[in-house]
Design a protein around this ligand. Sequence first.
Ligand SMILES: *[C@@H]1O[C@H](CO)[C@@H](O)[C@H](O)[C@H]1NC(C)=O
Ligand SMILES: *[C@@H]1O[C@H](CO)[C@@H](O)[C@H](O)[C@H]1NC(C)=O
Ligand SMILES: *[C@@H]1O[C@H](CO)[C@@H](O)[C@H](O)[C@H]1NC(C)=O
Ligand SMILES: *[C@@H]1O[C@H](CO)[C@@H](O)[C@H](O)[C@H]1NC(C)=O
Ligand SMILES: *[C@@H]1O[C@H](CO)[C@@H](O)[C@H](O)[C@H]1NC(C)=O
Ligand SMILES: *[C@@H]1O[C@H](CO)[C@@H](O)[C@H](O)[C@H]1NC(C)=O
Ligand SMILES: *[C@@H]1O[C@H](CO)[C@@H](O)[C@H](O)[C@H]1NC(C)=O
Ligand SMILES: *[C@@H]1O[C@H](CO)[C@@H](O)[C@H](O)[C@H]1NC(C)=O
Ligand SMILES: *[C@@H]1O[C@H](CO)[C@@H](O)[C@H](O)[C@H]1NC(C)=O
Length: 457
Amino acid sequence: MKIELLLLCGLLFAFINVFEVRCEKFEPTWDSLDSRPLPSWYDKAKFGIFIHWGVFSVPSISSEWLWSDWKSENETQEISDYIEKNFPPNFTYQEFAKDFTAEFFNATQWANLFAKSGAKYVVLTSKHHEGFTLWPSKYSFSWNAKDIGPHRDIIDELGTAVRQANLTFGLYHSLYEWFHPIYLSDRANNFTTQDFAKAKALPELYELVEQYKPSILWSDGDWEANYTYWNSTEFLAWLYNESPVGDEVVVNDRWGADIPCNHGDFYTCTDRYDPGVLQAHKWENAMTIDKKSWGFRRNAVLDDYLTANELITTLARTVSCGGNLLVNVGPTKDGVINPIYEERLTQLGDWLSINGEAIYETSPWTAQNDSYNGNIWYTYANNNVYALVLEWPSDDTVTLQSSRQIFEASANTSVVLLGNEDTKLEWSLTTSQVQIKLPSKAIVKNPTAWVLKIISG
Ligand SMILES: *[C@@H]1O[C@H](CO)[C@@H](O)[C@H](O)[C@H]1NC(C)=O
Ligand SMILES: *[C@@H]1O[C@H](CO)[C@@H](O)[C@H](O)[C@H]1NC(C)=O
Ligand SMILES: *[C@@H]1O[C@H](CO)[C@@H](O)[C@H](O)[C@H]1NC(C)=O
Ligand SMILES: *[C@@H]1O[C@H](CO)[C@@H](O)[C@H](O)[C@H]1NC(C)=O
Ligand SMILES: *[C@@H]1O[C@H](CO)[C@@H](O)[C@H](O)[C@H]1NC(C)=O
Ligand SMILES: *[C@@H]1O[C@H](CO)[C@@H](O)[C@H](O)[C@H]1NC(C)=O
Ligand SMILES: *[C@@H]1O[C@H](CO)[C@@H](O)[C@H](O)[C@H]1NC(C)=O
Ligand SMILES: *[C@@H]1O[C@H](CO)[C@@H](O)[C@H](O)[C@H]1NC(C)=O
Ligand SMILES: *[C@@H]1O[C@H](CO)[C@@H](O)[C@H](O)[C@H]1NC(C)=O
């Protein structure tokens, strides 16, 4: 079958150049995989939502790492004390699963909120390091959301709703599992045996892709073993060449020790990666609204959550430097996205409804920011330069530096504030800068950050 297809490809290629891309065959080497062009939808989208949901959402204290922090060699005393005080003797982590009830989980409501936030894609933890799968995996008997807890196929429900809302659907998947006995045995063998990768991690990945057709595969938990242990290049060659999502899928870079920041469609490097300077390769800043955790925390306080201005600042800096922003929310065990998250996402959506043209489908500009003022970042689209102003200047006058040249080049250069496009703003050159007089703040629609659209004359 494969040989026939290849032959057919060769013949078609000889006659019709257009088929070239579809016939391209990737080899299971990083050189070959890295030569694949990034599917264009991903760079255009700029902003996605990350969801961390699983059994860790039941205790919902500390973080999604609770089980490891409680039971690994470096046990956290606070967590052991909390469990001892509040649960029966000999209570196990597995017993949390029955309380992962999800009774209020309405995938359509979630998807509508994500669409309202202005996000273009959604990435759900199909399985975190605890090993609990949000789908009825053949490879996770009795430790999945269909057999215990919600008794539902969470991935199927959310995937359907997200696509109905016209957003792109993606899945996070942890390669390793903290306490899986086969994984621990491979580790004890210094990963010279590949039993867990072959019996668990890889079959799950194939199952996920074939059943749920994710357009993003966000891998994690890779770091203890190398990519040959995980068979990453073989898997990715299959994903690109033969899987049902070969044309549109994008993957991150967490496919084995030393791979992050070196290989993959987009780089995530470290959590909350936010380099502040232009990157040569497509990248993503995966970060959290709750500064301390990816999973829901019942005991979080208001100060733990980023403000709307902090989120928009991060979005601006990320997009200016060529990145996408993946903003994480942690739903509760009953399936609720708390109003604090709802408010932040809505604030992002309100801002994007006015200023989206400075974010979506933009490219990095020649300069990313003004060096004298860390609150000005630039993007570029359709021959216009956008200056994202993250703090309202006290005298209603914005001073720009890197973009001065555009104003100097032509007296016909005009500048407007997004949301207020009818009014061309007055500007004047100084020796090294340009000063732009803003309208009174009182008439400006959005309260958190502002965008100047610079239209060359
Ligand atoms: C436990 O702590 C030691 C020493 O700080 C460290 O080397 C080791 O990686 C830690 N183990 C885990 C599972 O975090
Ligand atoms: C807890 O486990 C220990 C060790 O397995 C056992 O001796 C003890 O009886 C158990 N306690 C309860 C209340 O089940
Ligand atoms: C889920 O939410 C949608 C949108 O609010 C609503 O139309 C639908 O009835 C809800 N479904 C259930 C089962 O409550
Ligand atoms: C999704 O896109 C389709 C096709 O463009 C459109 O008909 C539909 O109304 C959109 N749905 C939503 C919820 O925006
Ligand atoms: C694994 O590597 C360590 C350090 O190199 C070594 O001490 C140990 O004997 C090795 N274990 C096995 C099972 O090969
Ligand atoms: C990965 O680790 C295995 C087991 O230690 C080793 O045999 C193999 O050479 C390593 N591969 C790479 C690319 O380093
Ligand atoms: C892993 O890769 C090896 C070749 O390196 C191949 O023999 C094996 O079938 C692959 N296993 C899986 C589960 O993909
Ligand atoms: C801003 O731009 C300058 C170069 O003009 C650069 O050195 C600096 O790192 C950038 N970032 C911030 C946050 O100011
Ligand atoms: C500015 O615009 C006017 C009217 O459109 C035009 O005549 C003039 O050449 C332009 N000047 C420059 C420097 O582009």
